[in-house]
Design a protein. Structure first.
Length: 149
């Protein structure tokens, strides 16, 4: 079942349950996926494209959540938190810090990186291999830490 079909099924369930937060978020996800399809009508949207769109949406929610919390806007931060939780149900499980470092250590060994000057090589491979499993900033900080040690 494709992602847009899954979202459609969850959307129907949310309508039946009258869950406004879930409805709002699922409609946003569906709109984003439909927008992907309409950008290039001839090209087919891959699962990677759909995943990238979800990762982008989750990142936007995290950034907004952080800003709202800093400004003491609990009403808006609660909305962002609800939406983030729902979006994350469609994303693969995020790697823990230890799991991320273990994967990055394997990549460092594969690329033969020896110092911080090789960070670009490691980041290129890590970004493609760990796409959707960890945030780019978390990957970068872990790579920096491992290469400087």
């Amino acid at each position: 079942m494709s992602l847009i079909d899954q979202v459609g099924e969850h959307l129907k369930d949310a309508m039946r349950a009258k869950d406004q937060a879930k409805l709002r978020t699922l409609r946003a996800i569906k709109a984003e996926l439909l927008l992907l399809k309409t950008k290039d009508a001839n090209a087919e949207v891959s699962a990677d494209d759909e995943m990238a769109a979800l990762v982008k949406m989750a990142k936007q929610r995290r950034e907004s959540l952080k800003i709202y919390q800093e400004q003491g806007r609990n009403d808006l931060s609660q909305i962002e938190e609800e939406e983030l939780r729902i979006i994350e149900t469609f994303l693969p499980k995020q790697l823990s810090t230890d799991e991320l470092k273990a994967e990055l250590q394997k990549i460092i060994e594969q690329t033969g990186a020896s110092g911080i000057q090789d960070m670009g090589k490691v980041m290129g491979m890590a970004s493609s291999k760990l796409k959707g499993l960890a945030e780019g900033s978390a990957i970068a900080s872990a790579v920096r830490e491992l290469l400087s040690a």
